[in-house]
Design a protein around this ligand. Structure first.
Ligand code: ZN
Length: 403
């Protein structure tokens, strides 16, 4: 478990101050189209973001460290001011959060793959021929009935061959090995207790697997399971504890709602439309000090390698900016969690444009919001984890350090 650590900025946060809105366009950063030399963000018509960039200060942030391509989980932890390496959220935990599962502190979660094994128990297909999501749900309901001594067990379908297993009870441990051997022609591995204290969790998981194998025997494709990313939801100091901020999240996708919940944010109802994001912000503006707002489509279009689609998504994002900027008068920070260049069709390590608008911000020479123009911004190129202190400072929430 993580102890509450005392360090900057935590030890100088004040009891009150202005309000902060962190608006995240997932995967915002891109790479230039070789034909035009312009990225998706630079190609998109973004008059509202450009106007904000003129008024505020801009720059770029490195999500984790130079050259490191992050997942969205650690990239968001960095935006929230948590060292993403120290506070690494396990893959099992993220998978459970991704289906809106009510994961509690001390729960242990694992990603599950249904797999196909031959008569000798050797894996012939690590993804069970990508069974349908309906089949996955049917088999998951059966495995959910398995009972283990002294713990509650939840088995939930995710998609196709993927599912989640959660154990709830005292004395469980995370950080156990994967049972997926990452190859075919061999048997799934056992869960091993490679450290003292992990024996019981390993025993429970191995018992689960052998019972599951019994239930799945005779299935034509999904006749076995493998476990990956076995992880515990650990206690993390909350926004309230670290920053004296009552925080809320406005996000449609479960994983982001889940990560926000991990750091103690209240998760507001799912916005039905993009416009509803600003409506929710307005409705709850008095109740909270900090708002995390998440826009997904700049990432999903980038992941699909769809340059034009990402340009269109960026323009949609620009469309919601005025409604939010009107409300977020104290501090508004707009950025992405990482880059997702359409040219790579994946996340990447490239720095991400940032703009910060506040009554206390300086002006700079950045006249539009883009990867290249932000290089001329006053924020320079900084680490993602350093954005939170900047937001706090601009909101008047950090006292002087030392005399
Ligand atoms: Zn992301």
């Amino acid at each position: 478990m993580h102890e509450k650590t005392t360090r900057l900025p935590d030890e100088i946060v004040t009891a009150s101050g202005g309000k902060i809105v962190l608006l995240v366009a997932d995967g915002l950063g891109g790479l230039p189209d070789p034909k035009t030399g312009l990225t998706e963000l630079e190609t998109a018509k973004t008059p509202n973001l450009d106007a904000l960039a003129k008024k505020g200060v801009s720059g770029l942030h490195v999500p984790i460290a130079p050259g490191i391509t992050p997942g969205s989980g650690p990239a968001h932890m960095a935006l929230f001011g948590y060292d993403p390496v120290e506070y690494l959220i396990g893959r099992g935990v993220l998978e459970a959060l991704g289906i809106d599962f009510d994961l509690r502190q001390g729960d242990v979660a694992a990603r599950i793959n249904f797999a196909t094994v031959d008569g000798d128990g050797r894996i012939t297909d690590r993804r069970a021929g990508r069974i349908s999501t309906e089949k996955c749900a049917e088999l998951s309901a059966k495995l959910d009935t398995i009972e283990l001594p002294g713990v509650e067990l939840f088995f939930r379908p995710v998609k196709e061959h993927r599912a989640v297993l959660v154990l709830r009870g005292d004395g469980l441990e995370g950080g156990l090995n994967d049972t997926d051997p990452q190859t075919t022609g061999v048997r799934p591995l056992e869960v091993r207790a490679d450290q003292a204290g992990k024996e019981r969790t390993a025993e429970l998981l191995n018992s689960f697997v052998s019972q599951a194998d019994g239930i799945l025997e005779g299935e034509p494709k999904a006749n076995a399971i493998t476990l990956r990313g076995i992880a515990m939801r650990e206690a993390i100091p909350t926004f309230e504890e670290r920053y004296n901020l009552r925080a809320a999240a406005i996000a449609a996708y479960p994983m982001y709602r889940g990560v926000a919940g991990l750091v103690g944010m209240d998760v507001l109802p799912v916005p039905g439309t993009l416009e509803e994001m600003a409506t929710l912000l307005r409705e709850h503006y008095e109740e909270y000090d900090f708002f995390f707002m998440h826009f997904k489509y700049t990432d999903s279009t980038g992941e699909n390698g769809d340059f034009a689609g990402k340009v269109a998504a960026t323009e949609d994002f620009d469309g919601i900016v005025p409604g939010i900027a009107d409300i977020a008068e104290d501090v508004l920070l707009v950025t992405g969690d990482h880059s997702t260049p359409s040219l790579l069709a994946s996340h990447s390590w490239h720095p991400v444009p940032v703009l910060l608008k506040s009554r206390n911000s300086r002006r700079d020479l950045c006249e539009s919001f883009g990867e290249t123009s932000c290089l001329g911004g006053a924020l320079g190129v900084i680490r993602g984890v350093d954005l939170m202190p900047l937001m706090l400072a601009h909101a008047g929430r950090l006292a002087k350090f030392g005399a």
